[in-house]
Design a protein around this ligand. Structure first.
Ligand SMILES: NC(=O)c1ccc[n+]([C@@H]2O[C@H](COP(=O)([O-])OP(=O)(O)OC[C@H]3O[C@@H](n4cnc5c(N)ncnc54)[C@H](O)[C@@H]3O)[C@@H](O)[C@H]2O)c1
Length: 346
């Protein structure tokens, strides 16, 4: 910050996610954590004790007691995001709203309009953008042709008030939209609800105007945890493991001679079945740092508040992810299986 100035901040909602925001603001020398706000006053009190700040239970109290507050994290349940954000945005206070920005396109649009009207900064907490593997590939010049994503894990019995698309797949929808940089043309999807009324497992095939196709699978009913992204472009193939924070790239240029040689041999009718493909190609590890994604996200937010950079995920990007998620859910509801009455329940 200019002259080592600290930005006065607060965290609203200090449950599973918000407590990490409070911890990181306390650690960042660019932030001055004034207070945490939570309707659960015991929870607010214990987090405030941990991070040496004030404990409050309403936004009104925050605005009255700390009119100097310049930026907040909103980490209350998604259904309350707009209600909490509105009075803050109307005062020009910057809001980092946890993902998903809203539970519907209609509410996401309201948040965008309020922020635009009051010229207030909104960042959306798509933390995966700050995962080192994603940061490592977002600067690469590539036009994806095909993207494959798997994000599956065992049931945690959290966030089951929303389906797996808004809860989990939305992370990847945001990344895929960032990589594809093309309008959505068509979405086909299928999902299955097992434990409640919302889908617990889903697969979506998104085709973009430029022909790029993304195939996303998300499940909270898996027996293992896997978070993988694979991107095929004309110049390279990239494979990332979000969870392990590892990634490899196979560049076409590094393999030109090998590809030429294999083509010639195949054209001449050679039997290459003894060749080990994995040893044939030139595979490079993607260089990855180990910065905590949430720390990088909050630093980016505070830099944006200080006018030093643009937020990596602004209100319009948050809106686009909600819009894509809503289209996936609609496509799931349109999907029919023969002999099954409800498209979702098994
Ligand atoms: N970025 C990520 O990877 C990620 C992961 C998990 C959750 N989230 C998002 O974070 C948000 C919070 O999720 P969570 O799992 O931490 O929920 P949580 O239920 O653990 O915590 C929410 C907290 O908000 C408080 N609260 C509720 N209404 C309030 C109000 N009106 N004013 C003040 N406090 C209020 C609750 O008492 C609770 O302490 C959701 O939008 C969720 O989708 C993001």
């Amino acid at each position: 910050m200019p002259n080592g100035e600290q930005i006065p901040v607060a965290v609203i909602g200090v449950g599973r996610m918000g407590r990490h925001h409070a911890r990181i603001y306390r650690e960042l020398d660019t932030a001055d954590l004034l207070a945490v706000v939570d309707t659960d006053d015991d929870r607010a009190g214990s987090i405030a004790d941990n991070f040496d700040c004030d404990a409050l239970t309403t936004v009104d109290e925050l605005l009255e007691k700390y009119p100097q507050v310049k930026a907040v994290t909103i980490a209350v349940p998604t259904v309350y995001h707009r209600q909490i954000a509105q009075p803050l945005l109307e005062r020009g206070i910057a809001c980092l709203i946890e993902k998903p920005m809203a539970d519907s396109v209609q509410v996401a649009r309201q948040i965008v309009d309020i922020a635009d009207t009051h010229n207030a900064l909104v960042q959306v907490g798509h933390t995966e953008r700050f995962n080192p593997v994603v940061r490592a590939i977002s600067d690469l010049e590539m036009t994806p042709r095909f993207i494959e994503v798997h994000r599956v894990s065992p049931m945690t019995f959290r966030s089951i008030d929303v389906g797996v698309v808004f809860d989990i797949m939305i992370h990847d929808l945001d990344i895929v939209l960032m990589l594809a940089r093309s309008p959505i043309k068509e979405i086909r999807a299928a999902g299955v609800a097992v434990l409640g009324e919302h889908e617990d497992t889903a697969n979506a095939r998104i085709e973009f105007d430029d022909g790029c196709v993304a195939n996303l699978t998300a499940s909270r009913l898996a027996l293992k945890t896997e978070r993988k992204l694979r991107v095929f472009s004309e110049t390279s193939y990239i494979s990332l493991d979000y969870a392990k924070k590892t990634g490899v790239i196979i560049n076409r240029t590094a393999n030109t001679e090998t590809i030429k040689d294999v083509r010639t041999q195949l054209a001449n009718g050679a039997d290459l079945s003894d060749l080990d493909y994995t040893e044939l190609v030139n595979v490079e590890d993607i260089q990855i740092d180990d910065e905590e994604p949430l720390g990088a996200e909050l630093s980016n937010f505070l830099e944006a508040v200080a006018g030093q950079s643009a937020p990596a995920v602004d209100a319009h990007a948050g809106y686009a992810a909600v819009d894509a998620a809503e289209q996936v859910v609609k496509a799931i509801n349109r999907h029919k299986w023969q002999g099954v009455e409800s498209p979702k329940l098994v």
